[in-house]
Ligand binder design. Structure first.
Ligand code: NAD
Length: 477
């Protein structure tokens, strides 16, 4: 279904994110027939160039990242929608021209694909020059603050010019097909929800593993680390969707209210429940300290932690989170391990294994439910665990590559005015309020991060975090 006619301004249109995600994503939605041909997409950045030069630049990015041929007629059609206005957002030049490009009657959206330090300048000038009004929408990128104080300041700055209902804080994890499917699985079936609590769930593991290091942007990463970069936002959002109570309706504030309650119910993380790591050098591959260009860095490229949710539903069911760079495989998944049956009626067959529901975000989005059955054949009553495997691409007959990327989906939601998959200001602040003491405790401590080998599944200490509780991490593969 096509969205309403819109004018979208991309601040930072010459940057990496615009090239890799925003422009290719918009192109794919255009090809899917979702973008009206009258819509306009206006790039704005400091570089001086005209519409034609911007179209050439956009075409190059789209060919590379949306894997389309230069002479594809749909590309030429899409480029017609594009224009460019040079603006240094810290100055007053260019805003009048930008205003003249905005049409009455179209949805107006402004994507802030620039450093967060510029959000205030853009917000102020958009409203000062009368370009944005009460119906406009703004999209802001991560990182949303680096602690509670800075997130509050950022929220306050935006709130001077926009209502909360106009602000779309992107967390692209929420745009992933599987993440939305998590809500469908939980709330559109009767099978899971009755078991979705501490009585039946032994524990939950959330893993986001990357194979790349921080090389290239090491000195930038060194100021944040895995907790700020992954846990406070992406992993927190996944945890919320698993742990939240059913919202009364699939409505932005109803869903976000429930997520907020989960964040508020998180217990402080004890020092013995968290392990930080840094990848080591290996062969001619530099280690984290060289990549970060900081030989004394204590910033974590890996973190594993045990998180407790202090509410009725989850009392006694820990959530184990881990994320890191230069690990064995690139994989993101949520695994829900159920409790073992209270009593086995089968003799001599080995202990029955616990059911497990694994939700894969990447690669190969899908779900896998492990159940026990009898091993086929005459060998007696022997039990085996088999996966009921559902890859979304297979199940829905869609080629994996035809599944919309998270960014495309989220940008279309902005135009539709649907905030369900965007973080609300109070959610972000609550997440920082939980994260800040974890970071401060580390800064006050004298401990060094645990070293781990590139290509491994993280530091040894992290294994102990699980073994201590008689559990084990799932293999990273
Ligand atoms: P980038 O450095 O590649 O691009 C920055 C853009 O901002 C450029 O177009 C530049 O011209 C423009 N810009 C800088 N100063 C300006 C000014 N004074 N006036 C007007 N334009 C100005 O950065 P990026 O990687 O594209 O990231 C953009 C935002 O998205 C950042 O907030 C970043 O944290 C966030 N983000 C990026 C990625 C990614 O994969 N690149 C992922 C998640 C979030």
């Amino acid at each position: 279904i096509p969205v309403d006619d819109f004018d979208l301004v991309i601040f930072g249109a010459t940057g990496d994110l615009a090239h890799r995600k925003i422009l290719p994503g918009l192109f794919r939605r255009f090809v899917a027939g979702q973008i009206p041909e009258t819509s306009r997409i206006v790039g704005a950045a400091r570089t001086q160039m005209d519409d034609g030069q911007f179209r050439d630049e956009a075409a190059k990015a789209i060919c590379e990242f949306a894997k389309v041929k230069k002479n594809d007629p749909r590309l030429a059609q899409f480029l017609e929608l594009l224009g460019y206005t040079p603006i240094d957002v810290k100055g007053e030049g260019g805003w009048k021209e930008l205003k003249s490009r905005m049409r009455d009657g179209a949805v107006h959206a402004f994507y802030f694909s620039v450093a967060p330090s510029l959000f205030g300048d853009i917000a102020e000038r958009l409203s000062g020059h009368g370009i944005a009004d009460d119906n406009s929408r703004i999209v802001v990128e991560k990182p949303f603050g680096r602690d509670l104080a800075s997130a509050k300041a950022l929220n306050a700055t935006l709130a001077q010019h926009f209502h909360e209902s106009q602000i779309y804080r992107i967390d692209h994890y929420l745009g992933k097909e599987t993440v939305q499917n998590l809500m469908a699985v939980r709330f559109a079936n009767v099978l899971f929800e009755p078991l979705w609590n501490a009585q039946y769930v032994d524990h939950v593991q959330i893993t986001v593993a990357e194979t790349v290091g921080v090389g290239g942007r090491g000195s930038y990463y060194d100021k944040s680390g895995a907790i700020r970069d992954m846990v406070q936002n992406h992993m927190m959002q996944l945890l919320c969707l698993i742990a939240m109570e059913p919202p009364y309706h699939f409505d932005p504030d109803a869903v976000r209210d429930e997520k907020l309650k989960v964040i508020r119910a998180l217990e402080p993380v004890l020092p013995e429940d968290i392990v930080r790591g840094q990848y080591q050098a290996s062969g001619d591959q530099p280690g984290y300290l060289e990549d970060a260009e900081n030989p004394d860095s204590r910033t974590e490229s890996y973190v594993a932690m045990k998180v407790r949710i202090s509410n009725w539903r989850w009392q006694g069911t820990p959530f184990y989170l881990r994320t890191g760079k230069k690990l064995r495989a690139r994989t993101s998944e949520i695994a829900i391990t159920f409790k073992e049956p209270p009593h086995s009626i089968f003799d001599d067959t080995g202990a029955p294994k616990a059911n497990e529901l694994v939700i894969r975000l990447q690669p190969n989005e899908g779900m896998n439910l492990k159940v026990m059955i009898k091993e086929p054949g005459p060998g007696g009553m022997r039990l085996v665990q088999v996966p009921l495997d559902m890859s979304f691409a297979d199940a829905l007959g869609a080629e994996g590559s035809d599944m919309p990327d998270a960014y495309e989906r989220l940008i279309m939601d902005v135009i539709r005015g649907n905030q369900t998959l965007f973080m609300r200001g109070d959610e972000v602040e609550a997440a920082w309020a939980w994260t800040d003491p974890i970071i401060e405790a580390w800064e006050d401590s004298k401990r060094a991060p645990e070293p781990y080998d590139p290509g491994s599944s993280g530091p040894e200490e992290a294994l102990r975090l699980m073994h201590r509780d008689n559990r084990r991490w799932r293999e990273i593969r």
